[in-house]
Design a protein around this ligand. Structure first.
Ligand code: ADP
Length: 259
């Protein structure tokens, strides 16, 4: 509980800090990029050495700009717009995107238990979380292996996963056959900026962002991992008893409503 509180305070502090810095930093980068662009134009055909240097400077600045945009999105803590979302439908709707993100050498499988369970979440936030988990799985598998996304439901007791409150939860479990994590890594994964990936590849914000999202949704997150064998990250989101479309049409935006 202590560690979790520290985690949340740290997320808060990072949010405030990055919000203040990222915005100004992005403006400065725009100046740098503008300068490079002008220099390239004056230099005409950028096919020689100077042109190459300018290109790599632009590439670096663009990468830095992408990172600050991620930091801004992280700091902004955009207001969540919760609605009834069927976990199964949301994940099926992402399958093309996930296939494309993971490439041909990774087999993707989705497993849903028979009923369609609803959660009360910000749809965009949940999609983001799942995509982030899929990207982490891809990176852990070094381009080949199997990814499984499973939805289901479970009843948890008080504190049986993290700080959860007793109740019914929808589970979304993302499993990979990748490199796995050591206990030391598992202990630190929710820390903002903790990453084991090379500079330019990892930001260390993925899991801390998911952690924040899941906390705000009243859920929990669990990790089971074995070095060399693979990892399962499970999101536990409070189960929502969805009203029938006729009674609350706005709760089910994807349902085809009779005119
Ligand atoms: P990033 O992906 O940018 O490094 P994350 O917060 O998403 O940031 O992840 C932090 C670290 O946790 C990763 O650098 C990696 O070491 C570890 N990790 C996350 N997901 C997995 C996974 N599926 N398999 C193995 N390690 C993982």
């Amino acid at each position: 509980a202590e560690a979790q509180l520290r985690q949340i305070q740290k997320l808060d502090a990072v949010g405030q800090l990055t919000g203040g810095i990222a915005h100004d930093f992005n403006n400065m980068l725009a100046v740098v990029l503008g300068g490079i662009e002008l220099a390239k134009r004056r230099h005409a055909e950028g096919s020689d050495e100077v042109g190459r240097h300018l290109d790599s400077a632009a590439e670096g600045a663009n990468r830095a700009s992408a990172l600050t945009r991620r930091l801004l999105a992280f700091a902004r803590a955009e207001p969540l717009l919760p609605q009834a979302v069927e976990a199964r439908t949301l994940i099926d709707g992402m399958s093309d995107l996930i296939d494309r993100t993971l490439g041909d050498a990774i087999r993707v499988e989705t497993v849903h238990d028979s009923a369609g369970w609803h959660v009360w979440v910000d749809r965009h936030g949940l999609e983001n979380a799942i995509l982030n988990l899929a990207v982490n799985a891809r990176d852990a598998m070094d381009g080949r292996g199997a990814l499984t996304i499973a939805t289901g439901t479970t009843t948890l007791g008080d504190g049986s996963v993290g700080q959860c409150v007793a109740g019914d939860y929808v589970t979304i479990a993302v499993s990979d056959t990748g490199c796995g994590m050591t206990a030391d890594v598992i202990e630190r994964v929710y820390e903002p900026f903790f990453t084991t990936k090379p500079v330019g590849k990892g930001t260390g914000l993925g899991l801390s962002q998911i952690f924040g999202f899941v906390q705000q949704t009243g859920g929990e997150i669990g990790i089971a991992s074995q070095p060399g064998a693979g990892t399962t990250v499970t999101l536990y989101l409070p189960r929502h008893a969805a009203a029938p479309p006729a009674a609350e049409p706005t709760a089910l935006p994807d349902a085809a409503l009779p005119h």
